[in-house]
Design a protein around this ligand. Structure first.
Ligand code: SRM
Ligand code: SF4
Length: 611
């Protein structure tokens, strides 16, 4: 390690990551970089990794925190032993050696393969596709463009139709599948050239910034979340010294950290299940637009918790939003649990302090930055009637003559051909812009009203296409985690069942409201079953085997009922039913019963009955 000051120039030259460009709205560095460059330039006592020329993530931890890490859980020990923020260099080095025939992926150091390179967004799918990785990106506010979409398809093409797919995630994000280490540098470089990255999208980092998918195109918008999502994205994943991808300051948190900013009363961003949720609320006296801050929402095997009121309100400006986030992250980074990973989420720390004491600590931290940010008490929320709006279908925008067109991407899965189709549609109708939703669907913004008929008549929305602008009330609201096809933690396959069972239910019942069915392959609840009308979670089940004459273990599920999203959010914490086999003959009748008893569904009127 060398001292920081002597390395400033080297940082810029040797970082191995592309400098951020400012040629696109999405991901463009937007806040406080100059200030932080100045702050960083006065810093002296950080270790610098000679390979990267960047300060190490560990060097931002106090001696006490490092010691807790070194004696902490196995992941902490790995991070302490070999700093994870330099993992991108390892990926480049391994790739070069594999390409040169000097090593194979099996020879990659185990801690790197399974853990450290997650910092680069690369997750080894060791059980399902050994030697191949899922690469998770960062897509702040879920906004991408047609060039990026085509690049995703090109990047995974060599992995075949089945293995080389692209997924829209439940954090309004993109995951590429099938990636091999030897190909990763080209993909990373291609992403950086397109103003995107995979860095700090997994491991113990701040995850994708979720914002409103209708930002800037919504007549009921309270706050345009784009700039704020980009600003927090810059804070957490842009090195203030070199201006390169990957910010070591926030590169070794005790655990993942989720931030969501809502732009309207619809709460499309799901503030209630994020570590920090910003809920747009004007100040009662001044009318200044701001955010009530909710904290600690999360889901896991051990515990599922809805966010709690932090008793804080901040104005909706970049300085306030970034400063508050930074203060909470600083406290979390240095004080979060590093022994028990199940307790290393923000909620546990807030509870350890107590809400009032945590608020006081955050205020003290914010004041110490001396940036003029004022935190006030939670402001009263609007209680006038409000109905959450659908993101699918054709809707007028406040911009004269423009519409947004939302369409279903069943379970968020895109083939290479479908990626290219979406890119072509975007080029033709939405000036290349594509928006992703946490329901894993797509919105094309700013479509000319005069072109709507032409768009709807495109083969992309033909009878045999998976994309639908006006899907059924059940199939249009399916969400699904990755499941057993790629995820080693999965107890069941999810996406295939999710798509098939929704279609089946559409043929069996009529419902007069949208029914949100979420699937998740295990209790980690990446598919957020507790927020769903009906949540299906992979779990053990037994079924009579006629040949053996006794019940045998089969793939099954637990069913959760009654989760709510939006202003009146509520998590369904206890299963409504357990031990249901996943076979269509077993699961479908149970779901039909639930749809009838809980959601007023009626038997489908067949053509004959209607006649
Ligand atoms: Fe997740 C772990 C996939 C959203 C809670 N999640 C995993 C891993 C990385 C497990 C693994 O190593 O295989 C999964 C990778 C599977 C794969 O190949 O795709 C995985 N999680 C996903 C995605 C892709 C589901 C999807 O199909 O959309 C989502 C990616 C989001 C993103 O773009 O960053 C995803 N995961 C979520 C969410 C939903 C959310 O953020 O709103 C949750 C619940 C909210 C939360 O985190 O509090 C979630 N995932 C977890 C957990 C439990 C966290 C905990 O505190 O214990 C794990 C387990 C872990 O981290 O150890 C996990
Ligand atoms: Fe994998 Fe479980 Fe998350 Fe599904 S819920 S992606 S099975 S970890």
């Amino acid at each position: 390690m060398v001292s920081y000051k002597s390395c400033a120039l080297k940082c810029l030259l040797l970082s191995g990551t592309a400098l951020l460009s400012s040629n696109a709205f999405v991901n463009t560095p937007s806040f406080g970089i100059q200030t932080r460059l100045q702050e960083a330039a006065t810093a002296t006592d950080f270790e610098v990794d000679e390979r990267t020329g960047k300060r190490t993530g560990n060097s931002f931890l106090s001696e006490e925190t490092r010691e807790r890490g070194a004696n902490g859980n196995p992941i902490e020990k790995i991070k302490q032993k070999k700093d994870a923020t330099s993992a991108f260099v390892d990926v480049y080095e391994y790739a070069a050696k594999i390409r040169a025939g000097e090593m194979t992926w099996e020879e990659v150091e185990k801690a790197d393969l399974d853990t450290r390179i997650k910092y680069v967004g690369m997750l080894h799918r060791n059980k399902r596709t050994p030697g191949q990785f899922m690469m998770r990106l960062k897509v702040p506010n879920g906004i991408i463009n047609s060039d990026q979409m085509r690049f995703y398809a090109d990047s995974v093409e060599k992995y075949g139709e089945e293995g080389g797919v692209v997924d829209i995630t439940t954090r309004q994000n993109i995951q590429l599948r099938g990636v091999k280490i030897e190909d990763a540098p080209d993909i990373i470089d291609g992403l950086h050239a397109r103003n995107q990255t995979s860095f700090q999208s997994a491991l113990d980092n701040v995850r994708n910034m979720v914002g409103s998918p209708l930002a800037g195109i919504d007549d009921k918008e309270l706050v345009d979340t784009r700039e704020l999502c980009n600003a927090i994205n810059d804070l957490v994943s842009l090195d203030p010294v070199s201006g390169t991808r990957g910010n070591p300051i926030w590169g070794n948190l005790p655990r993942k950290f989720n931030v969501a900013i809502s732009g309207s009363r619809d709460d499309y961003a799901h503030t209630h299940i994020n570590d920090i949720g910003l809920v747009p609320t004007p100040h009662a006296e001044t009318g200044v637009m701001g955010f009530n801050v909710v904290l600690g929402g999360y889901m896991s095997i051990k515990r599922v918790a809805e966010s709690i009121d932090s008793k804080m309100w901040i104005p909706a400006d970049r300085n306030s939003v970034v400063t508050l986030t930074e203060a909470i992250l600083r406290i979390f980074r240095d004080e979060g649990d590093r022994k028990d990973r199940q307790k290393a989420r923000l909620m546990w720390l807030v509870e350890k302090y107590g809400v009032d004491e945590f608020k006081a600590e955050v205020m003290k931290e914010v004041e110490s930055y001396d940036r003029g940010v004022k935190i006030e008490d939670t402001q009263p929320t609007d209680t006038t009637p409000f109905e959450r709006r659908s993101l699918l279908g054709v809707h007028k925008q406040p911009q004269e003559g423009k519409c947004r067109v939302g369409f279903l991407v069943p379970s968020g899965r895109l083939s290479q051909e479908e990626c290219r189709t979406v890119a072509d549609l975007a080029d033709k109708y939405s000036d290349g812009e594509i928006r992703l939703t946490v329901e894993q669907n797509i919105i094309l913004p700013n479509v000319d009203e005069s072109k709507i008929d032409e768009l709807l008549a495109e083969p992309a929305f033909g009878a045999d296409s998976r994309f639908k602008v006006n899907p059924g009330k059940i199939e249009g609201n399916v969400v699904s985690c990755t499941g057993a096809q790629f995820c080693s933690l999965a107890l069941i396959e999810t996406k295939v069942h999710a798509e098939a069972i929704a279609k089946k239910l559409e043929t069996l019942v009529d419902v007069d409201r949208e029914i949100r069915i979420h699937w998740t392959g295990c209790p980690n609840s990446c598919g957020q079953v507790q927020v769903a009308d009906i949540g299906i979670m992979g779990a053990p089940a037994k079924k009579m085997d006629p040949e053996k004459g006794k019940p045998v273990a089969v793939p099954g599920c637990k069913i959760f009922v009654g989760g709510r999203i939006g202003e009146d959010a509520h998590l369904a914490l206890e299963p409504y039913k357990s031990g249901i086999p996943l076979d269509e003959e077993d699961l479908v009748p149970v779901l039909v019963d639930i749809l009838k008893s809980e959601f007023g569904a009626t038997d489908k009127k067949t053509e004959e009955l209607i006649v």
